[in-house]
Design a protein around this ligand. Sequence first.
Ligand code: FMN
Length: 187
Amino acid sequence: MKKRLMVGMSGASGAPIAVELLKQLQKEESVETHLIVTRGAELTLQQETELSLEDVKALADVAYENDNIGARPASGSFQMEGMVIVPCSMKTAAGIVSGYSDTLLLRAADVMLKERRRLVLVARESPFSTIHLRNLYELSQLGGIVMPPMLTYYNHPESLEDCTRYTVQRILRQFGLNTDAYEWEGL
Ligand SMILES: Cc1cc2nc3c(=O)[nH]c(=O)nc-3n(C[C@H](O)[C@H](O)[C@H](O)COP(=O)(O)O)c2cc1C
């Protein structure tokens, strides 16, 4: 059976990172992607890319409506390898940390934590407020992996697309995928 990976997109800046991730995951034959897009993410997608919501949904194997709280990812009995929320808004982070699972994306993340599955949060805001930092700290304490899409220079990126690809490689590594990507070789 293929590994099921949940991809949640919420309304922080960074929709192109999610798009690139979905494209890379299409190349992974062992992985089945399950996608949830929030209303906020629809807006950032519109602002930050030329793609429609339908274009993005077509990159996933299965796409769900965020208000369908009865869909399969709402249950721990639905076997999932893990979940990445990319980008993860501060509102979504707050929803997860408080266990306020009133949408499918929040419920799916809640399931990851209760089932002790991998939950990667590509959290994006700048600057972070103390509330944001407290929520992200607590999510880390709860087992979530908080990985903001930080810039790196040591890999000599030549474009924003390079930065996006590198961030996606780091995300894939969290799930043991694309391990032949750039690796620091030491000084
Ligand atoms: C163009 C745009 C960029 C945004 N960027 C961010 C961001 O980087 N981080 C963040 O936490 N919220 C950001 N927001 C605000 C969120 O979209 C908003 O709080 C929304 O309610 C999040 O809902 P969601 O998490 O359900 O998608 C942005 C909104 C827009 C329209």
